[in-house]
Design a protein around this ligand. Structure first.
Ligand code: ADP
Ligand code: ZN
Length: 437
């Protein structure tokens, strides 16, 4: 689909690169000046590092600026990083608090317009149009997922069904009765929706739904296959975080080879997480983002702790904005077991290469006789569950092998009955840490 010609809103996705760099530089200079003049935290940090807004003469000069981190938002809780008077702030959100105390983010009306614009461009890139009905099954409220997707759908002109999370049977009923074509939610919640539909005798593949926009948590290629096959849809990965704006920082196009980052609003860098050194395009490291056009709470060189790489090669879709790779891991999620660094996403990728297992799993960490242990609980389908012991043992062996080949550790596997692992409505909780500290 040629979005460029069909909708002028998406023209920025196709801007010649030199023009885009000029836009970025102008916006960067303006936002750095704004942050310096209006936020004591940024002014102090820049002064300590001997850098002034007028030192930003090229895009590379961004490297002179100090990083900011989640702890800075916590330390200045709630409004210490606000760069405009409260009378200009029209909305507040807070991060879901996956990793501790919530942090607060603020938006001016212009900021909300930018957010709706990037979401609109993203949804259009997934092939959704004003003729579609889109169900938003991310949580509404302080979490940015619900309202972020909602305003993007409205900006697109689609018909939005603000279902929020929960009441799963009703979600399925709405999808069927309204003829919903697209859905925005976490991938783990959509898996749950497919299961629940089945339990009430509805095969999601028979419904008009054709597009799923999934994000807010890491998900593997194996998960994508389960969602696409289970519901007869095309699944798109969407990335974002509250500190930067919410969902809509980056999103896949129909090529599914990485997520286009809306570079005209969010400037990406990849750094070595240990040294802070900026890495060239293509190399894996920690994503650092600078908001180029968010005024209530600008973020300068924010360390996301999300690990990915920048894909600079042109995309077949023709968009000139660069892509980031699937978020391979969030460094907060990492756990160390017997001296080995393990990410839950590695376990998911390995697990789902084994045919016949579901993406409902739970990693349980325990201490036994002073030693750390991992036990992976995996739900299996009713058919497999009632199979002979030999079949189950064989499946267990395959999972152990698949996981060992990825993380280098032999872990214990427990196959559990269908519907015994708690389902999440938002971000799935994949790890239960019961180790003695
Ligand atoms: P919290 O930090 O409390 O989870 P957010 O709701 O703002 O707050 O979540 C943002 C984080 O969610 C990102 O930093 C990233 O780790 C994760 N995330 C968001 N989208 C994706 C995605 N598509 N793939 C992997 N991780 C994602
Ligand atoms: Zn593309």
């Amino acid at each position: 689909m040629n979005v460029q010609n069909s909708d002028p809103c998406c023209a920025s996705d196709f801007m010649p690169q030199d023009e885009l760099r000029k836009v970025q530089l102008t916006r960067l200079q303006k936002i750095v000046r704004h942050a310096y003049d209006n936020v004591e935290f940024f002014r102090n940090r820049m002064n300590e590092n001997g850098v002034k807004p007028e030192d930003i003469k090229t895009l590379e000069d961004i490297q002179k600026l100090p990083f900011s981190k989640k702890i800075d938002l916590r330390d200045t809780y709630p409004f210490g990083l606000c760069a405009v008077p409260m009378s200009e702030v029209v909305r507040l959100h807070a991060s879901s608090g996956t990793t501790g105390k919530p942090i607060v983010v603020a938006y001016t009306q212009d900021d909300l317009d930018v957010w709706a614009e990037v979401m609109k461009r993203g949804l259009a890139g997934c092939g959704l149009t004003r003729n579609d009905i889109v169900q938003v099954a991310y949580g509404y409220g302080l979490f940015t997922g619900g309202l972020g997707a909602h305003c993007g759908c409205e900006a697109l002109g689609a018909t939005v069904v603000p279902a929020s999370v929960g009441n799963t049977q009703r979600q399925v009923m709405l999808m069927r009765d309204f003829g919903v074509n697209g859905i925005c939610c976490t991938p783990s919640y959509f898996l749950h929706l497919i299961e629940q539909a089945k339990l009430s005798g509805i095969d999601m593949r028979d419904l008009p739904i054709r597009v799923g926009v999934f994000g807010a948590e890491p998900w593997s290629q194996g998960m994508r296959e389960q969602l696409e096959k289970g519901a007869g849809i095309e699944a798109f990965d969407i990335y974002g975080l509250s500190e930067i704006i919410g969902p809509g920082v980056a999103i896949e196009c129909t090529e599914h080879e990485g997520m286009h980052i809306f570079e005209d609003h969010f400037y990406p860098e990849i750094i070595d997480p240990d040294t802070g050194k900026v890495l060239p395009d293509g190399e894996f490291g920690e994503l650092v983002l600078t908001t180029l056009s968010k005024y209530a709470m600008p973020m300068i060189r924010y360390r996301t702790r999300d690990l990915t790489r920048i894909i600079a090669e042109p995309c077949k879709c023709g968009r000139t904005i660069r892509r980031i790779d699937r978020i391979s891991a969030r460094s907060d999620d990492m756990f160390i077991i017997r001296g080995v660094n393990v990410f839950p996403s590695q376990i998911e990728s390995a697990l789902l290469t084994v045919p016949g297992v579901s993406a409902n799993y739970l990693i349980i960490l325990t201490t036994e006789n002073g030693m750390d242990n991992i036990e992976l609980n995996v739900e299996i389908s009713p058919e497999v569950f009632s199979d002979q012991v030999k079949v189950l043992e064989d499946l267990q062996r395959k999972i152990v092998k698949a996981v060992e080949s990825v993380i280098g550790l032999r872990i214990r596997i427990k196959l559990v009955a269908p519907q015994t692992i708690a389902r999440s409505e938002g971000k799935a909780k994949r790890v239960l840490d019961q180790r003695q500290k």
